[in-house]
Design a protein around this ligand. Structure first.
Ligand code: NCD
Length: 306
């Protein structure tokens, strides 16, 4: 039997393993029919204690395209959590019925706790304002396919860097690659948590903080927009004051590089005007599609299927 692996933080995977997943995803895109039966008779449980569109649907589509089956729930209210069941008991139950679990939870660390009680691979599909490693794999596949090498890229991370779990995981992944430059664009109140800043400094990465998107735009190879995370705010007034801090529109793109890509994990609220959607640099819907392919590669990897 192969060793039981989970994906809780993106650093649970080595750089070589991430490069392998990207290569497998590339192969799946080129030869999807070769993977149609790869997960026949295997079951994925999607345990979503928090709302999701892309992550849950792309996990579901990924397992279906591998010939496997999917079971689960899409809100805590429809699970026994509403009766008071603990995360660890829910996971023990999922292990009775599924070969692999993707779990999203509003509490930071919940998938980590789940993994300690699990006999099958647990994938963190987002835990509170903490981490979102499979979004990062999606982002890395997207950047790889659009830009080739990661080396030398200047990446602007814009919006809610405090609660935005996708940027935390993306930073943790990218600081392990060579010659990466970051420009952090956020209101002061929504800047990066100190534990992420410490990691950037420890890794000796070139990074700086600015408060103007217009100022940062001309030098960027990748602009990664994020939504202000309403559900993590303690009071609505602060959310309303900060929610429209940055709005990218098509006119602003005139100062950006022709081959810059605009990414967003989605859902967007107001931070990218719809007139950007037709610009060739808009990459966020393509990015969502990549989420399916990289999750196919990840499911195969964690199940030990060659
Ligand atoms: C992100 C998330 O859930 O953290 N969405 C996603 O999974 N694609 C980003 C967000 O909700 O803003």
């Amino acid at each position: 039997m192969s060793e039981l692996r989970h994906l809780i933080n993106i650093t649970d995977l080595s750089v070589e393993e991430i490069d392998h997943l990207i290569a497998v995803a590339d192969d799946i895109i080129a030869h999807p029919e070769a993977y149609w039966d790869a997960c026949a008779h295997k079951k994925l449980a999607t345990l979503f204690f928090e709302p999701s569109t892309r992550t849950r649907l792309s996990f579901t589509a990924a397992m279906m395209e591998l010939g496997g089956n999917v079971l689960g729930f899409d809100q805590a209210a429809s699970s026994s959590t509403s009766k008071g069941e603990s995360v660890s008991d829910t996971i023990v139950m999922a292990c009775c019925y599924a070969d692999i679990v993707a779990m999203r939870h509003p509490k930071e660390g919940a998938p980590f706790v789940g993994a300690r009680h699990s006999t099958v691979p647990i994938i963190n599909a987002g835990d509170g304002g903490h981490f979102h490693p499979t979004q990062t794999l999606t982002d890395l596949l997207t950047i790889h396919r659009k830009k080739g090498d990661f080396k030398g890229l200047t990446i602007g991370l814009c919006g809610d860097l405090k609660f935005g779990r996708t940027v935390h995981s993306l930073i943790e992944a990218m600081i392990r690659y060579e010659d990466i430059h970051f420009v952090m664009i956020s209101p002061e109140e929504l800047d990066l948590p100190s534990y992420i800043k410490e990691q950037l400094n420890k890794a000796g990465v070139d990074w700086r903080e600015v408060s103007s998107l217009e100022e940062a735009l001309p030098e960027l190879d990748v602009l990664y927009m994020t939504r202000v995370q309403k559900e993590r705010f303690f009071n609505e007034e602060d959310y309303i004051r900060l929610k429209d801090s940055f709005i990218l529109n098509r006119a602003m793109l005139s100062t950006a590089k022709d081959d810059m890509i605009v990414m967003h994990p989605l859902p967007r609220v107001n931070e990218i005007a719809i007139d950007v959607d037709d610009d060739p640099r808009a990459t966020y819907f393509y990015q969502a599609l990549m989420g399916k392919y990289i999750r196919m590669a990840l499911i195969l990897f964690l199940l030990g299927i060659k």
